[in-house]
Design a protein around this ligand. Structure first.
Ligand SMILES: Nc1nc2c(ncn2[C@@H]2O[C@H](COP(=O)(O)OP(=O)(O)OP(=O)(O)O)[C@@H](O)[C@H]2O)c(=O)[nH]1
Ligand SMILES: [Mg+2]
Length: 245
């Protein structure tokens, strides 16, 4: 997949400040410091677009980048950084909560996990939240250059085992390194396939993006207090299969 141009659009502090919904979007989310901004830069392949830092909690706004004038990459602030935050509870601000739940042109979330770590409860809980909210996602294990391949494989297997019971069909899993470029073609392949499939039709029972299929009925996920992102009493249903782009 060729990316002819990559242009920073804007940083949005809330959903209302996001750009119009005309272009399909692919967003990066994960724990602070997991490598979201680095992966965005690696995928775009146009030098430093999103700013990277060894300091966790660096990205604080929703950052939009327009690729080839036709689709967007979206760099989201991470979770798990707020001072005093409980170790196993993810919490992100209202803007991220609103974006993930209510952005109709959000096609797929890249949920990033550190390939050097055994499954972290905070990440398992976040993936549970994504699943419960029917947000389409793939799992991306980052920094695969840093540890031995056996360690990376063992961590991926352990994470998969931790979530396997929730799904009839597991989410797609990728490993990547922003340092070596590993995983770039595979992730661009996900984007390409999604764009090629075009907008989902409202009458279509299947979403455009291969959505991890949760176990039914009912989807037996335990609701853990404090793991709801920003509390959203206005919770609305996502537009399923009716994306306007
Ligand atoms: N070895 C290695 N280091 C990486 C990789 N990706 C990111 N890093 C490093 O990890 C640190 C955090 O990277 P960022 O891309 O800023 O992480 P982030 O998830 O955007 O962080 P926040 O914006 O703070 O949430 C930086 O020091 C990067 O250089 C990778 O693939 N391999
Ligand atoms: Mg960042």
């Amino acid at each position: 997949m060729n990316i002819s141009s990559a242009i920073f659009d804007r940083s949005a502090p809330d959903l209302a400040s996001c750009p119009d919904e005309s272009l399909p979007e692919f967003a990066f989310i994960g724990r602070s410091n997991v490598g979201k901004s680095s992966l965005l830069n690696m995928l775009a392949g146009k030098g430093v677009l999103a700013r990277v830092s060894p300091r966790p909690g660096f990205t604080k706004l929703i950052n939009f980048f327009t690729m080839s004038k036709t689709w967007r990459l979206v760099d989201l602030p991470g979770y798990g950084f707020a001072q005093g935050a409980k170790k196993d509870r993810f919490r992100f601000n209202r803007a991220v909560n609103d974006y993930l739940k209510h952005r109709p042109n959000l096609c797929c979330v890249f949920a990033l996990l550190d390939s050097g770590l055994a499954p972290q409860p905070i990440d398992v809980n976040f993936v549970e939240w994504l699943t419960r909210n029917s947000i389409p996602f793939v799992l991306v294990f980052t920094k695969a250059d840093r540890d031995k391949p056996e360690t990376v494989q063992a961590n991926i297997a352990a994470f998969t085992a931790a979530i396997a019971g929730w799904f009839e069909q597991l989410p797609e899993i990728f490993q990547c390194s922003s340092t070596t470029g590993q995983g770039r073609s595979e992730l661009l392949g996900v984007i390409n396939a999604t764009l090629a499939a075009g907008p989902a039709q409202p009458e279509s029972p299947e979403p455009t993006v291969s959505r991890p299929r949760a176990v039914e009925p009912p989807f037996d996920l335990r609701v853990r207090a404090g793991n709801e992102g920003e509390d959203d009493s206005r919770d609305k249903k996502r537009l399923k299969g009716a994306r306007p782009w």
